[in-house]
Ligand binder design. Structure first.
Ligand SMILES: Cc1cc2nc3c(=O)[nH]c(=O)nc-3n(C[C@H](O)[C@H](O)[C@H](O)COP(=O)(O)OP(=O)(O)OC[C@H]3O[C@@H](n4cnc5c(N)ncnc54)[C@H](O)[C@@H]3O)c2cc1C
Ligand code: SF4
Length: 488
Protein backbone atom coordinates (compact mmCIF):
# COMPACT_ATOMS: atom_id res chain seq x y z
CA UNK A 1 0.00 0.00 0.00
CA UNK A 2 1.53 3.25 -1.20
CA UNK A 3 0.34 5.75 1.35
CA UNK A 4 -1.69 4.54 4.33
CA UNK A 5 -3.36 7.91 4.84
CA UNK A 6 -3.77 8.73 1.14
CA UNK A 7 -7.53 8.11 1.06
CA UNK A 8 -7.94 10.63 3.90
CA UNK A 9 -5.68 13.27 2.38
CA UNK A 10 -6.53 13.27 -1.31
CA UNK A 11 -9.74 13.84 -3.25
CA UNK A 12 -10.77 11.70 -6.21
CA UNK A 13 -9.67 13.38 -9.43
CA UNK A 14 -11.93 12.72 -12.39
CA UNK A 15 -10.58 12.95 -15.96
CA UNK A 16 -11.58 16.24 -17.56
CA UNK A 17 -13.25 16.60 -20.97
CA UNK A 18 -12.45 19.14 -23.67
CA UNK A 19 -15.16 21.83 -24.00
CA UNK A 20 -18.30 20.69 -25.83
CA UNK A 21 -17.96 23.33 -28.56
CA UNK A 22 -14.50 22.02 -29.46
CA UNK A 23 -15.29 18.33 -29.36
CA UNK A 24 -18.41 18.68 -31.52
CA UNK A 25 -16.28 19.95 -34.40
CA UNK A 26 -14.52 16.61 -34.85
CA UNK A 27 -14.56 12.88 -34.21
CA UNK A 28 -11.33 12.73 -32.19
CA UNK A 29 -11.09 11.53 -28.59
CA UNK A 30 -11.55 14.40 -26.13
CA UNK A 31 -10.49 13.05 -22.73
CA UNK A 32 -6.94 14.11 -21.92
CA UNK A 33 -5.32 11.61 -19.59
CA UNK A 34 -4.30 12.47 -16.03
CA UNK A 35 -0.81 13.81 -15.52
CA UNK A 36 1.69 11.41 -13.95
CA UNK A 37 1.49 13.42 -10.71
CA UNK A 38 -2.32 13.22 -10.66
CA UNK A 39 -2.22 9.48 -11.33
CA UNK A 40 0.22 8.99 -8.45
CA UNK A 41 -2.17 10.82 -6.13
CA UNK A 42 -5.01 8.61 -7.32
CA UNK A 43 -2.83 5.56 -6.65
CA UNK A 44 -2.11 6.88 -3.16
CA UNK A 45 -5.86 6.90 -2.42
CA UNK A 46 -6.03 3.10 -2.70
CA UNK A 47 -6.43 1.43 0.72
CA UNK A 48 -5.08 -1.96 -0.45
CA UNK A 49 -8.18 -3.56 1.03
CA UNK A 50 -7.81 -6.97 2.68
CA UNK A 51 -10.53 -8.14 0.31
CA UNK A 52 -10.06 -6.01 -2.81
CA UNK A 53 -13.61 -5.87 -4.15
CA UNK A 54 -12.29 -3.94 -7.18
CA UNK A 55 -10.47 -7.10 -8.23
CA UNK A 56 -13.56 -9.31 -8.13
CA UNK A 57 -15.78 -6.55 -9.57
CA UNK A 58 -13.52 -6.43 -12.64
CA UNK A 59 -14.46 -9.15 -15.18
CA UNK A 60 -10.78 -9.72 -16.08
CA UNK A 61 -9.84 -9.60 -12.39
CA UNK A 62 -7.27 -6.85 -12.84
CA UNK A 63 -4.84 -6.83 -9.90
CA UNK A 64 -5.77 -3.25 -9.14
CA UNK A 65 -4.28 -2.64 -5.66
CA UNK A 66 -0.87 -3.80 -6.93
CA UNK A 67 -0.77 -1.38 -9.85
CA UNK A 68 -2.15 1.43 -7.73
CA UNK A 69 0.82 0.94 -5.43
CA UNK A 70 3.30 0.73 -8.33
CA UNK A 71 1.92 3.93 -9.84
CA UNK A 72 2.15 5.73 -6.51
CA UNK A 73 5.84 4.72 -6.38
CA UNK A 74 6.41 5.76 -10.01
CA UNK A 75 7.22 2.19 -11.08
CA UNK A 76 5.34 2.46 -14.38
CA UNK A 77 7.16 -0.34 -16.13
CA UNK A 78 6.21 -2.95 -13.57
CA UNK A 79 2.69 -1.50 -13.48
CA UNK A 80 2.14 -2.31 -17.18
CA UNK A 81 3.42 -5.84 -16.63
CA UNK A 82 0.91 -6.41 -13.84
CA UNK A 83 -1.86 -4.82 -15.91
CA UNK A 84 -1.06 -6.91 -18.99
CA UNK A 85 -0.96 -10.08 -16.88
CA UNK A 86 -4.79 -9.98 -16.71
CA UNK A 87 -5.86 -7.77 -19.62
CA UNK A 88 -4.61 -8.02 -23.21
CA UNK A 89 -6.04 -4.66 -24.26
CA UNK A 90 -6.02 -2.01 -21.51
CA UNK A 91 -5.90 0.67 -24.22
CA UNK A 92 -9.53 -0.24 -25.02
CA UNK A 93 -10.89 -0.81 -21.52
CA UNK A 94 -9.24 2.31 -20.08
CA UNK A 95 -11.25 4.33 -22.61
CA UNK A 96 -14.62 2.63 -22.98
CA UNK A 97 -15.17 0.32 -20.02
CA UNK A 98 -17.99 1.45 -17.69
CA UNK A 99 -15.60 0.40 -14.87
CA UNK A 100 -17.50 -2.09 -12.70
CA UNK A 101 -14.26 -2.13 -10.64
CA UNK A 102 -14.96 1.44 -9.51
CA UNK A 103 -18.55 0.53 -8.58
CA UNK A 104 -17.06 -2.27 -6.44
CA UNK A 105 -14.28 -0.16 -4.85
CA UNK A 106 -14.65 0.19 -1.08
CA UNK A 107 -14.29 3.94 -1.48
CA UNK A 108 -17.44 3.89 -3.62
CA UNK A 109 -19.50 3.42 -0.45
CA UNK A 110 -19.20 7.21 0.03
CA UNK A 111 -19.29 7.63 -3.82
CA UNK A 112 -15.58 8.52 -4.12
CA UNK A 113 -14.01 5.41 -5.67
CA UNK A 114 -10.35 5.29 -6.62
CA UNK A 115 -10.09 6.52 -10.24
CA UNK A 116 -9.03 3.04 -11.37
CA UNK A 117 -9.88 3.49 -15.04
CA UNK A 118 -8.02 6.80 -15.30
CA UNK A 119 -4.92 5.21 -13.70
CA UNK A 120 -5.15 2.28 -16.14
CA UNK A 121 -5.20 4.77 -19.01
CA UNK A 122 -1.99 6.48 -17.86
CA UNK A 123 -0.23 3.13 -17.39
CA UNK A 124 -1.00 1.84 -20.90
CA UNK A 125 -0.53 5.15 -22.71
CA UNK A 126 2.87 5.68 -21.10
CA UNK A 127 3.86 2.09 -21.86
CA UNK A 128 2.95 2.60 -25.51
CA UNK A 129 4.84 5.87 -25.77
CA UNK A 130 7.93 4.42 -24.11
CA UNK A 131 8.05 1.31 -26.32
CA UNK A 132 7.44 -1.08 -23.43
CA UNK A 133 4.72 -2.99 -25.30
CA UNK A 134 6.68 -5.39 -27.47
CA UNK A 135 5.74 -8.62 -29.25
CA UNK A 136 5.90 -11.76 -27.14
CA UNK A 137 6.34 -14.54 -29.72
CA UNK A 138 6.30 -18.07 -28.32
CA UNK A 139 9.59 -19.82 -27.61
CA UNK A 140 8.27 -22.93 -29.35
CA UNK A 141 5.58 -23.68 -31.91
CA UNK A 142 3.13 -26.50 -31.18
CA UNK A 143 2.32 -27.32 -34.82
CA UNK A 144 -1.40 -26.90 -34.05
CA UNK A 145 -3.63 -24.64 -36.13
CA UNK A 146 -6.52 -22.64 -34.64
CA UNK A 147 -9.16 -20.62 -36.55
CA UNK A 148 -10.83 -17.71 -34.79
CA UNK A 149 -14.08 -16.46 -36.35
CA UNK A 150 -14.62 -12.77 -35.57
CA UNK A 151 -12.08 -10.08 -34.72
CA UNK A 152 -13.84 -8.24 -31.88
CA UNK A 153 -12.26 -8.08 -28.44
CA UNK A 154 -13.19 -11.72 -27.71
CA UNK A 155 -11.62 -13.06 -30.91
CA UNK A 156 -8.54 -10.86 -30.58
CA UNK A 157 -7.94 -11.81 -26.94
CA UNK A 158 -8.31 -15.52 -27.78
CA UNK A 159 -6.01 -15.16 -30.79
CA UNK A 160 -3.28 -13.36 -28.87
CA UNK A 161 -3.29 -15.86 -26.01
CA UNK A 162 -3.28 -18.86 -28.37
CA UNK A 163 -0.44 -17.44 -30.48
CA UNK A 164 1.62 -16.85 -27.35
CA UNK A 165 1.02 -20.49 -26.41
CA UNK A 166 2.67 -21.48 -29.72
CA UNK A 167 -0.34 -22.25 -31.92
CA UNK A 168 -0.67 -20.96 -35.50
CA UNK A 169 -3.74 -18.71 -35.34
CA UNK A 170 -5.80 -17.28 -38.23
CA UNK A 171 -8.53 -14.75 -37.50
CA UNK A 172 -11.39 -14.65 -40.06
CA UNK A 173 -13.38 -11.42 -40.27
CA UNK A 174 -16.24 -10.51 -42.64
CA UNK A 175 -15.54 -6.76 -42.36
CA UNK A 176 -12.73 -5.14 -44.34
CA UNK A 177 -10.87 -4.28 -41.15
CA UNK A 178 -10.10 -5.94 -37.85
CA UNK A 179 -11.68 -4.98 -34.50
CA UNK A 180 -15.36 -6.00 -34.44
CA UNK A 181 -17.50 -3.37 -32.73
CA UNK A 182 -14.33 -1.65 -31.55
CA UNK A 183 -13.65 -0.75 -35.18
CA UNK A 184 -17.16 -0.49 -36.64
CA UNK A 185 -19.84 0.52 -34.18
CA UNK A 186 -18.16 2.36 -31.33
CA UNK A 187 -17.56 5.96 -32.52
CA UNK A 188 -14.06 7.31 -33.07
CA UNK A 189 -14.60 9.99 -30.43
CA UNK A 190 -14.82 7.23 -27.80
CA UNK A 191 -11.97 5.11 -29.17
CA UNK A 192 -9.19 6.16 -31.54
CA UNK A 193 -8.97 3.35 -34.10
CA UNK A 194 -5.20 3.74 -34.42
CA UNK A 195 -5.04 1.87 -31.12
CA UNK A 196 -6.49 -1.23 -32.81
CA UNK A 197 -3.86 -1.02 -35.59
CA UNK A 198 -1.13 -0.61 -32.99
CA UNK A 199 -2.23 -3.75 -31.14
CA UNK A 200 -2.65 -5.70 -34.39
CA UNK A 201 0.96 -4.94 -35.31
CA UNK A 202 2.04 -6.56 -32.05
CA UNK A 203 -0.20 -9.57 -32.71
CA UNK A 204 1.11 -9.99 -36.25
CA UNK A 205 4.65 -10.01 -34.90
CA UNK A 206 3.56 -12.72 -32.47
CA UNK A 207 2.41 -14.83 -35.42
CA UNK A 208 -1.35 -14.13 -35.72
CA UNK A 209 -2.67 -14.05 -39.32
CA UNK A 210 -5.69 -11.94 -40.22
CA UNK A 211 -8.06 -12.80 -43.08
CA UNK A 212 -10.44 -9.88 -43.63
CA UNK A 213 -13.44 -9.75 -45.95
CA UNK A 214 -14.04 -13.46 -45.37
CA UNK A 215 -17.44 -14.63 -44.21
CA UNK A 216 -17.57 -17.96 -42.49
CA UNK A 217 -20.72 -19.62 -43.90
CA UNK A 218 -22.77 -18.21 -46.72
CA UNK A 219 -25.80 -16.71 -45.03
CA UNK A 220 -28.32 -13.91 -45.54
CA UNK A 221 -27.63 -11.02 -43.17
CA UNK A 222 -30.50 -8.91 -41.87
CA UNK A 223 -30.55 -5.11 -42.33
CA UNK A 224 -28.30 -3.41 -39.83
CA UNK A 225 -25.68 -6.18 -39.96
CA UNK A 226 -22.53 -5.13 -41.71
CA UNK A 227 -20.36 -7.16 -44.07
CA UNK A 228 -17.62 -6.40 -46.60
CA UNK A 229 -17.10 -10.07 -47.40
CA UNK A 230 -15.93 -10.92 -50.88
CA UNK A 231 -15.17 -14.54 -50.02
CA UNK A 232 -16.81 -17.23 -47.96
CA UNK A 233 -15.45 -20.30 -46.24
CA UNK A 234 -17.53 -23.22 -45.04
CA UNK A 235 -17.57 -24.71 -41.55
CA UNK A 236 -16.51 -28.05 -43.07
CA UNK A 237 -13.42 -26.43 -44.59
CA UNK A 238 -12.50 -24.75 -41.30
CA UNK A 239 -12.89 -27.96 -39.33
CA UNK A 240 -10.79 -29.80 -41.93
CA UNK A 241 -7.98 -27.20 -42.03
CA UNK A 242 -7.76 -26.39 -38.32
CA UNK A 243 -7.31 -28.41 -35.14
CA UNK A 244 -9.75 -26.16 -33.27
CA UNK A 245 -12.19 -23.36 -34.13
CA UNK A 246 -13.16 -20.49 -31.82
CA UNK A 247 -16.47 -18.82 -32.71
CA UNK A 248 -16.34 -15.19 -31.56
CA UNK A 249 -18.74 -13.63 -34.04
CA UNK A 250 -20.57 -11.35 -31.60
CA UNK A 251 -24.33 -10.83 -31.32
CA UNK A 252 -25.02 -8.53 -34.22
CA UNK A 253 -28.70 -9.02 -35.00
CA UNK A 254 -30.43 -5.81 -33.90
CA UNK A 255 -33.83 -5.78 -32.16
CA UNK A 256 -36.42 -4.39 -34.59
CA UNK A 257 -39.54 -2.31 -33.90
CA UNK A 258 -42.20 -3.69 -36.24
CA UNK A 259 -44.80 -0.95 -35.84
CA UNK A 260 -46.70 0.93 -38.57
CA UNK A 261 -44.38 3.11 -40.64
CA UNK A 262 -41.26 1.02 -39.93
CA UNK A 263 -40.39 0.99 -43.64
CA UNK A 264 -40.45 4.80 -43.99
CA UNK A 265 -37.29 6.55 -45.17
CA UNK A 266 -35.37 7.92 -42.21
CA UNK A 267 -36.00 4.95 -39.88
CA UNK A 268 -32.75 3.02 -39.40
CA UNK A 269 -31.02 0.57 -37.13
CA UNK A 270 -28.37 2.40 -35.09
CA UNK A 271 -25.46 0.62 -36.77
CA UNK A 272 -26.71 1.60 -40.22
CA UNK A 273 -25.79 5.13 -39.07
CA UNK A 274 -22.74 4.44 -36.88
CA UNK A 275 -20.72 2.08 -39.09
CA UNK A 276 -20.69 4.31 -42.22
CA UNK A 277 -19.61 7.12 -39.89
CA UNK A 278 -16.60 5.07 -38.72
CA UNK A 279 -15.79 4.40 -42.38
CA UNK A 280 -16.09 8.07 -43.29
CA UNK A 281 -13.78 9.08 -40.43
CA UNK A 282 -11.30 6.44 -41.63
CA UNK A 283 -11.21 8.16 -45.05
CA UNK A 284 -13.95 6.13 -46.76
CA UNK A 285 -16.99 7.46 -48.57
CA UNK A 286 -19.42 9.87 -46.92
CA UNK A 287 -22.03 8.52 -44.53
CA UNK A 288 -25.20 8.25 -46.68
CA UNK A 289 -27.24 9.23 -43.61
CA UNK A 290 -26.69 12.92 -42.92
CA UNK A 291 -28.73 14.44 -40.06
CA UNK A 292 -27.41 18.00 -40.30
CA UNK A 293 -30.25 20.40 -39.49
CA UNK A 294 -32.62 17.46 -38.91
CA UNK A 295 -34.66 16.34 -35.91
CA UNK A 296 -33.37 13.03 -34.59
CA UNK A 297 -35.07 10.61 -32.22
CA UNK A 298 -33.02 7.77 -30.77
CA UNK A 299 -35.11 4.88 -29.48
CA UNK A 300 -33.29 3.00 -26.71
CA UNK A 301 -31.37 4.33 -23.73
CA UNK A 302 -28.13 2.31 -23.72
CA UNK A 303 -24.56 2.77 -25.02
CA UNK A 304 -25.58 2.31 -28.66
CA UNK A 305 -28.24 5.00 -28.33
CA UNK A 306 -25.81 7.35 -26.62
CA UNK A 307 -23.36 6.85 -29.50
CA UNK A 308 -26.11 7.86 -31.97
CA UNK A 309 -26.68 11.00 -29.88
CA UNK A 310 -22.97 11.95 -29.99
CA UNK A 311 -22.73 11.27 -33.72
CA UNK A 312 -25.94 13.21 -34.51
CA UNK A 313 -24.64 16.22 -32.60
CA UNK A 314 -21.39 16.08 -34.55
CA UNK A 315 -23.44 16.13 -37.77
CA UNK A 316 -25.15 19.30 -36.51
CA UNK A 317 -28.66 17.89 -35.91
CA UNK A 318 -31.37 20.49 -35.16
CA UNK A 319 -32.51 18.47 -32.14
CA UNK A 320 -31.71 15.11 -30.59
CA UNK A 321 -34.18 13.27 -28.37
CA UNK A 322 -33.56 9.91 -26.76
CA UNK A 323 -36.50 7.89 -25.48
CA UNK A 324 -36.50 4.77 -23.37
CA UNK A 325 -39.14 2.17 -22.52
CA UNK A 326 -37.97 1.64 -18.95
CA UNK A 327 -38.71 4.13 -16.14
CA UNK A 328 -36.18 6.81 -15.21
CA UNK A 329 -33.59 5.24 -12.88
CA UNK A 330 -32.78 6.80 -9.48
CA UNK A 331 -30.19 9.62 -9.49
CA UNK A 332 -27.97 7.76 -7.00
CA UNK A 333 -27.93 4.15 -5.95
CA UNK A 334 -28.61 3.06 -2.39
CA UNK A 335 -25.02 1.96 -1.75
CA UNK A 336 -25.96 0.02 1.38
CA UNK A 337 -28.10 -2.25 -0.78
CA UNK A 338 -26.11 -2.42 -4.00
CA UNK A 339 -22.39 -2.18 -3.19
CA UNK A 340 -20.15 -3.87 -4.37
CA UNK A 341 -22.39 -4.80 -7.29
CA UNK A 342 -23.13 -2.78 -10.43
CA UNK A 343 -25.91 -0.39 -9.39
CA UNK A 344 -28.96 0.71 -11.31
CA UNK A 345 -28.75 4.48 -11.45
CA UNK A 346 -29.08 7.39 -13.81
CA UNK A 347 -26.05 7.51 -16.12
CA UNK A 348 -25.29 10.57 -18.17
CA UNK A 349 -22.71 10.02 -20.87
CA UNK A 350 -20.45 12.65 -22.41
CA UNK A 351 -22.69 12.46 -25.51
CA UNK A 352 -25.76 13.32 -23.44
CA UNK A 353 -23.91 16.31 -22.00
CA UNK A 354 -23.27 17.53 -25.54
CA UNK A 355 -26.99 18.13 -26.04
CA UNK A 356 -29.93 15.78 -25.86
CA UNK A 357 -33.48 15.66 -24.51
CA UNK A 358 -34.06 12.43 -22.62
CA UNK A 359 -37.38 10.90 -21.67
CA UNK A 360 -38.28 7.62 -19.97
CA UNK A 361 -41.23 5.23 -19.78
CA UNK A 362 -42.21 5.95 -23.39
CA UNK A 363 -43.74 3.44 -25.79
CA UNK A 364 -43.40 4.02 -29.54
CA UNK A 365 -46.66 3.39 -31.41
CA UNK A 366 -46.13 4.55 -34.98
CA UNK A 367 -43.68 6.17 -37.39
CA UNK A 368 -45.59 8.88 -39.25
CA UNK A 369 -44.60 9.70 -42.81
CA UNK A 370 -44.93 12.81 -44.94
CA UNK A 371 -43.76 13.76 -48.42
CA UNK A 372 -41.71 11.17 -50.35
CA UNK A 373 -42.49 8.54 -47.77
CA UNK A 374 -40.05 10.12 -45.34
CA UNK A 375 -40.46 10.13 -41.56
CA UNK A 376 -41.85 13.37 -40.07
CA UNK A 377 -42.91 12.38 -36.55
CA UNK A 378 -43.22 9.56 -34.06
CA UNK A 379 -46.45 8.78 -32.24
CA UNK A 380 -45.67 7.72 -28.68
CA UNK A 381 -47.43 7.03 -25.42
CA UNK A 382 -46.47 7.35 -21.76
CA UNK A 383 -46.14 4.12 -19.82
CA UNK A 384 -46.72 3.24 -16.21
CA UNK A 385 -44.59 0.49 -14.69
CA UNK A 386 -46.04 -1.53 -11.81
CA UNK A 387 -44.48 -4.73 -10.38
CA UNK A 388 -42.27 -5.05 -13.45
CA UNK A 389 -45.24 -4.79 -15.84
CA UNK A 390 -45.94 -1.87 -18.11
CA UNK A 391 -49.27 -0.35 -19.08
CA UNK A 392 -50.10 2.60 -21.32
CA UNK A 393 -51.31 5.71 -19.51
CA UNK A 394 -54.78 6.39 -21.00
CA UNK A 395 -54.97 9.61 -23.02
CA UNK A 396 -51.21 10.21 -22.88
CA UNK A 397 -50.44 9.81 -26.59
CA UNK A 398 -48.25 12.49 -28.10
CA UNK A 399 -46.09 13.15 -31.15
CA UNK A 400 -42.38 13.89 -31.36
CA UNK A 401 -41.03 15.67 -34.43
CA UNK A 402 -38.55 13.40 -36.17
CA UNK A 403 -36.82 13.39 -39.55
CA UNK A 404 -34.67 10.44 -38.50
CA UNK A 405 -35.23 7.66 -35.98
CA UNK A 406 -32.42 5.35 -34.89
CA UNK A 407 -33.36 2.01 -33.35
CA UNK A 408 -30.95 1.25 -30.53
CA UNK A 409 -32.93 -1.27 -28.52
CA UNK A 410 -30.26 -3.90 -28.11
CA UNK A 411 -29.24 -6.98 -30.02
CA UNK A 412 -31.02 -10.30 -30.12
CA UNK A 413 -28.27 -12.77 -31.03
CA UNK A 414 -25.61 -13.91 -33.46
CA UNK A 415 -26.02 -13.43 -37.21
CA UNK A 416 -28.40 -15.95 -38.67
CA UNK A 417 -27.21 -19.22 -39.97
CA UNK A 418 -23.63 -19.29 -38.68
CA UNK A 419 -24.30 -21.37 -35.58
CA UNK A 420 -26.77 -23.57 -37.50
CA UNK A 421 -24.24 -24.22 -40.24
CA UNK A 422 -21.83 -25.57 -37.63
CA UNK A 423 -24.65 -27.50 -35.91
CA UNK A 424 -24.10 -25.63 -32.64
CA UNK A 425 -26.70 -26.08 -29.88
CA UNK A 426 -28.11 -22.76 -28.68
CA UNK A 427 -29.30 -21.40 -25.35
CA UNK A 428 -32.89 -20.11 -25.03
CA UNK A 429 -31.76 -16.67 -26.28
CA UNK A 430 -30.23 -18.09 -29.47
CA UNK A 431 -26.58 -17.74 -28.40
CA UNK A 432 -24.04 -20.56 -28.69
CA UNK A 433 -24.41 -22.93 -25.76
CA UNK A 434 -21.10 -23.56 -23.98
CA UNK A 435 -20.28 -23.70 -20.26
CA UNK A 436 -17.51 -21.50 -18.86
CA UNK A 437 -16.43 -24.01 -16.19
CA UNK A 438 -15.50 -27.66 -16.11
CA UNK A 439 -13.34 -29.98 -18.17
CA UNK A 440 -14.65 -28.74 -21.51
CA UNK A 441 -15.08 -25.02 -20.79
CA UNK A 442 -16.19 -22.93 -23.78
CA UNK A 443 -16.53 -26.11 -25.85
CA UNK A 444 -19.78 -26.32 -27.83
CA UNK A 445 -21.61 -29.55 -28.61
CA UNK A 446 -19.60 -29.80 -31.85
CA UNK A 447 -16.21 -31.46 -31.41
CA UNK A 448 -13.23 -29.06 -31.58
CA UNK A 449 -15.50 -25.97 -31.86
CA UNK A 450 -15.49 -23.41 -29.03
CA UNK A 451 -17.48 -20.19 -28.52
CA UNK A 452 -16.72 -16.98 -26.61
CA UNK A 453 -17.75 -13.35 -26.21
CA UNK A 454 -21.12 -11.92 -27.24
CA UNK A 455 -21.72 -14.94 -29.47
CA UNK A 456 -21.85 -17.10 -26.32
CA UNK A 457 -23.06 -14.71 -23.61
CA UNK A 458 -25.21 -12.28 -25.66
CA UNK A 459 -24.58 -8.55 -26.07
CA UNK A 460 -22.34 -7.42 -23.26
CA UNK A 461 -19.21 -5.35 -22.68
CA UNK A 462 -15.71 -5.20 -24.16
CA UNK A 463 -14.18 -6.27 -20.85
CA UNK A 464 -16.39 -9.38 -20.68
CA UNK A 465 -15.42 -10.22 -24.26
CA UNK A 466 -11.73 -9.99 -23.33
CA UNK A 467 -12.29 -12.22 -20.30
CA UNK A 468 -14.10 -14.84 -22.39
CA UNK A 469 -11.47 -14.73 -25.14
CA UNK A 470 -8.69 -15.29 -22.60
CA UNK A 471 -10.49 -18.09 -20.76
CA UNK A 472 -11.52 -19.75 -24.01
CA UNK A 473 -7.90 -19.65 -25.24
CA UNK A 474 -6.82 -21.53 -22.14
CA UNK A 475 -9.57 -24.11 -22.67
CA UNK A 476 -8.50 -24.59 -26.31
CA UNK A 477 -4.83 -24.88 -25.32
CA UNK A 478 -5.67 -27.47 -22.67
CA UNK A 479 -7.81 -29.37 -25.17
CA UNK A 480 -5.05 -29.42 -27.80
CA UNK A 481 -2.06 -30.02 -25.53
CA UNK A 482 -3.52 -31.82 -22.48
CA UNK A 483 -2.38 -29.01 -20.16
CA UNK A 484 -2.00 -25.24 -20.36
CA UNK A 485 0.17 -22.59 -18.77
CA UNK A 486 -2.11 -19.81 -20.00
CA UNK A 487 -3.75 -17.87 -17.16
CA UNK A 488 -7.46 -18.36 -16.67
C1 LIG B 1 -22.64 1.04 -30.72
C2 LIG B 1 -22.08 0.21 -29.59
C3 LIG B 1 -21.39 0.83 -28.57
C4 LIG B 1 -20.84 0.08 -27.55
N1 LIG B 1 -20.15 0.73 -26.58
C5 LIG B 1 -19.54 0.01 -25.61
C6 LIG B 1 -18.76 0.66 -24.61
O1 LIG B 1 -18.65 1.89 -24.59
N2 LIG B 1 -18.13 -0.11 -23.68
C7 LIG B 1 -18.23 -1.47 -23.69
O2 LIG B 1 -17.61 -2.13 -22.85
N3 LIG B 1 -18.98 -2.11 -24.61
C8 LIG B 1 -19.64 -1.41 -25.57
N4 LIG B 1 -20.41 -2.05 -26.51
C9 LIG B 1 -20.50 -3.54 -26.46
C10 LIG B 1 -19.20 -4.17 -27.00
O3 LIG B 1 -18.77 -3.49 -28.15
C11 LIG B 1 -19.40 -5.65 -27.28
O4 LIG B 1 -19.90 -6.28 -26.12
C12 LIG B 1 -18.08 -6.32 -27.69
O5 LIG B 1 -17.50 -5.68 -28.81
C13 LIG B 1 -18.29 -7.80 -27.98
O6 LIG B 1 -17.10 -8.36 -28.45
P1 LIG B 1 -17.08 -9.69 -29.35
O7 LIG B 1 -15.67 -9.90 -29.69
O8 LIG B 1 -17.81 -10.78 -28.65
O9 LIG B 1 -17.96 -9.34 -30.64
P2 LIG B 1 -17.89 -8.15 -31.72
O10 LIG B 1 -17.14 -6.97 -31.24
O11 LIG B 1 -19.31 -7.95 -32.12
O12 LIG B 1 -17.07 -8.78 -32.92
C14 LIG B 1 -17.58 -9.85 -33.66
C15 LIG B 1 -16.95 -9.83 -35.04
O13 LIG B 1 -17.24 -11.07 -35.69
C16 LIG B 1 -17.46 -10.81 -37.07
N5 LIG B 1 -18.26 -11.92 -37.59
C17 LIG B 1 -19.50 -12.30 -37.20
N6 LIG B 1 -19.90 -13.39 -37.87
C18 LIG B 1 -18.90 -13.67 -38.74
C19 LIG B 1 -18.74 -14.68 -39.74
N7 LIG B 1 -19.67 -15.61 -39.94
N8 LIG B 1 -17.60 -14.68 -40.46
C20 LIG B 1 -16.63 -13.76 -40.24
N9 LIG B 1 -16.74 -12.78 -39.31
C21 LIG B 1 -17.86 -12.75 -38.58
C22 LIG B 1 -18.20 -9.49 -37.08
O14 LIG B 1 -18.08 -8.83 -38.32
C23 LIG B 1 -17.49 -8.74 -35.95
O15 LIG B 1 -16.41 -7.98 -36.46
C24 LIG B 1 -21.00 -1.33 -27.53
C25 LIG B 1 -21.74 -1.96 -28.54
C26 LIG B 1 -22.28 -1.20 -29.56
C27 LIG B 1 -23.07 -1.88 -30.64
S1 SF4 C 1 -11.41 -1.67 -3.50
FE1 SF4 C 1 -10.66 0.44 -3.99
S2 SF4 C 1 -9.48 1.01 -2.18
FE2 SF4 C 1 -9.74 -1.20 -2.03
S3 SF4 C 1 -7.94 -2.13 -3.03
FE3 SF4 C 1 -9.46 -1.87 -4.66
S4 SF4 C 1 -9.05 0.15 -5.58
FE4 SF4 C 1 -7.97 0.07 -3.57
Amino acid sequence: MGKPTGFLEYERIAESYEPVAKRLTRYAEFVPRLTDAQAKIQGARCMDCGIPFCNTGCPVNNIIPDWNDLVYRGNWREAIEVLHSTNNFPEFTSRICPAPCEAACTLNIPHTPVGIKSIERVIIDKAGENGWVVPQPPAQKTGKQVAVVGSGPAGLAAAQQLARAGHAVTVFEKSDRIGGLLRYGIPDFKLDKRLIDWRMAQMRAEGVSFATGVMVTKTRLMDGVHSDAKKTITPEQLRKDFDAVVLAGGAENPRDLPIPGRDLKGVHFALEFLIPQNKEVAGGKKNPINVKGKHVVVIGGGDTGSDCVGTSNRHGAASVTQIELMPRPPAEENGALTWPYWPLKMRTSSSHEEGCERDWAIGTKEFIGGKNNHLTAIRAVRLEWKDGKMAEVPGSEFEIRADFAFLAMGFVGPVGGVLDAFGIAKDPRGNARAETEGAVAYHTNVPRVFAAGDMRRGQSLVVWAIREGRQCARAVDEFLMGASLLPR
